[in-house]
Design a protein around this ligand. Structure first.
Ligand code: FNR
Length: 205
């Protein structure tokens, strides 16, 4: 069965040509931790993504804390290159843990950096999706929905279904950090297929 068949995505207004150039998806990982489960999950998502998508992690660790005083004629180089990477992408995928029922500060900082200068937000109009990852059972639900609040304001049309709250993350990967849970892999594949369709429907032309 074709990936983007009308049977799979009956709400699509048109048939997607899977031969089109791949869409570049900037992947933002909310954790800076070396052994982060969110980072492992980002790699697992890239591994099952349809061929129509090219996923690349855009690092947020090097971004200095946003300070409007620095955002003049010569802003920090890390901000400039981050904004350029987001602007050059066709879509954004957020893979994040939950910190105190919200997103980690590093992720919020990246949202803020990308949103400025005023009127030139790099996020504007980019189709997006959110995957919450936690070791507990709630799958970073709070972070996922706090993030969505910002994405509304940033005009990132964000995939609604399926929602992705991945709990029990510590038990999903093998010693090499590769996803070893088959049902999670199936879910991630369906999620990325839905995201690919979402990107086509919401792509700015
Ligand atoms: C956490 N953790 C956590 N977990 C959760 O489910 N809800 C929460 O509100 C929080 N709060 C929180 C705050 C802070 C400061 C830390 C350091 C951790 C646990 C956290 O989700 C867990 O450590 C994840 O494994 C972190 O994600 P990475 O680094 O594995 O991607």
């Amino acid at each position: 069965m074709a990936l983007f068949s009308r049977e799979n995505f009956p709400y699509l207004p048109f048939t997607i040509n899977a031969m089109n150039a791949p869409r570049n998806v900037a992947v933002i990982v909310g954790s800076l931790r070396k052994d982060s489960f969110s980072r492992k999950m980002a790699h697992a998502l890239a591994a099952v993504a349809p061929a129509s998508l090219r996923l690349q992690i855009v690092e947020i660790g090097p971004l200095p804390l946003y300070n409007q005083d620095l955002d003049g004629a010569d802003p920090p180089a890390a901000w400039v290159s981050f904004r350029e990477r987001i602007r050059a992408s066709d879509a954004v995928l957020f893979v994040t843990p939950e910190y105190n029922r919200s997103v980690p500060a590093a992720l919020k900082n990246a949202l803020d950096v990308g949103s400025r200068p005023y009127g030139k937000s790099a996020w504007n109009g980019k189709p997006g999706a959110v995957v919450g990852v936690s070791q507990g059972a709630l799958g970073a639900f709070g972070a996922n929905h706090h993030l969505r609040q910002s994405l509304v304001f940033l005009n990132v049309p964000t995939l609604q279904q399926p929602e992705a709250y991945i709990g029990g993350a510590a038990g999903l990967f093998d010693a090499n950090g590769t996803l070893s849970n088959e049902s999670t892999r199936d879910f991630l594949r369906k999620f990325m297929e839905a995201f690919a369709a979402w990107i086509e429907v919401n792509q700015r032309r």
